[in-house]
Design a protein. Sequence first.
Length: 219
Amino acid sequence: MAGRPDLRQTGNGDSLAPQKGWKYYWKRKSKPKKVGRPPISLKLIHLIRRLSKENPLWGTPQIRDELALLGHEVAESTVAKYMVHTPDPGRQQSWRTFLKNHLDATAACDFFTVPTLTFKTLYCFVVLSHCRRRILHTGVTKNPTAEWTARQLLEAFPGDGAEPEYLIHDRDSIYGGVVDDQLEILQIDPVVTARRSPWQNGYCERVIGSIRRECTRTM
């Protein structure tokens, strides 16, 4: 057809065609919509930060009620987003200090997705040892479940005495129940990252980025 480039005649057309097809598929399927609450003013953001800073014992409900008395109707989630969180004086070490102190006794795991030529999605699971950044185990499935994830952890740590003391993972609901029971049998303490904080599992994220660039070309 005139006007349409032939990917077969380009140097890397065969490798880029699935990626372009996947983007075109979701572009047609998804339509941009304006969702969520309207943004609040910068003046109100400064007011939320001021109230939270001057009243460190106040939680989200107290700040929201105080704003309501001043004539500002704001959701608790918005207050939690912009309030200043004072550090806990009882906290003994930061996240980076924990990783540094327990580097040789820590492993991490995470999921990432890979699109297929038929517009399906494969879920890949990787387990990484922080010591020397060594990949311990990988698995691929079309339907990830808690039982499947527990089996992957058992294959990664078969009980040969080389199990880590800690396993870092995110807050995905798949890690509850059966997975926690399997970690308890292996005598591994789960360490859950904070919400929207992929940097806390940075070693695993870097390995996943390398896999995407070098193996799947989905970045």
